[in-house]
Design a protein around this ligand. Structure first.
Ligand code: 5GP
Length: 182
């Protein structure tokens, strides 16, 4: 039986179980471990949504030496993007001459990543790659925002749980739920 959640008048159905998520995360970690074997990357976690994925991903990465920092941006209200990226917690670490890996929960239009990549490059980062739990390829509007490491590709529905919110709530759910028409 699939678990369901009702949130603010919308019905959500469990889409990825905790076990499925763990497999996807490990697959991303394995690829990063190989690619960054002889480097010391700086992970930039995009708050708030990516904190759950980042926590699992970083603990699945035991073979590389790395640093972790956080940035907080906001472009969403409810289920729609406002198109404006606001830096609520700016970058606090020097990225000059660093190999940066941005950790995101989900890449949708790509606006957030497009702007963050430009920001890191302007600050002198040697390289900037992106690891995301979820990617909606049909919604991508910025070519340079295609993620390098993807937990799972998906269709265009709104999802919640595993760090992803609905107006600030439901980030704590251990599975990822998709909105349904019912
Ligand atoms: P983008 O800038 O790529 O359009 O959007 C990225 C951000 O939008 C994500 O970090 C996330 O906060 C939010 N977002 C995009 N799609 C979804 C979704 O299906 N569910 C939730 N909860 N947030 C989403």
């Amino acid at each position: 039986m699939k678990r369901t959640i009702d949130e603010q008048g919308y019905h959500f159905e469990e889409w990825l179980t905790p076990a499925q998520i763990a497999k996807d995360v490990q697959q991303v970690a394995d690829r990063i471990s190989v690619d960054y074997k002889d480097k010391e990357p700086l992970f930039v976690v995009v708050l708030n949504g990516a904190f759950v994925f980042a926590s699992d991903l970083l603990r699945a990465l035991q073979d590389i030496r790395c640093e972790v920092t956080f940035i907080r941006v906001s472009s969403y209200y409810g289920m729609a993007s406002t198109g404006q990226l606001e830096f609520i917690v700016p970058l606090q670490q020097v990225v000059d001459q660093r190999d940066v890996i941005i950790i995101e929960d989900i890449v949708d239009t790509g606006l957030t990543i497009h702007q963050l990549k430009a920001h890191m490059r302007a600050q002198g980062a040697t390289s900037v790659r992106v690891a995301t739990m979820l990617f909606k390829p049909n919604k991508l509007e910025y070519d340079d925002a295609k993620p390098d490491y993807i937990g799972r590709e998906m269709t265009d529905e709104f999802v919640i749980g595993y760090g992803l919110d609905f107006d600030g709530f439901v980030r704590n759910l251990d599975a990822i739920y998709k909105v349904t028409d019912e």
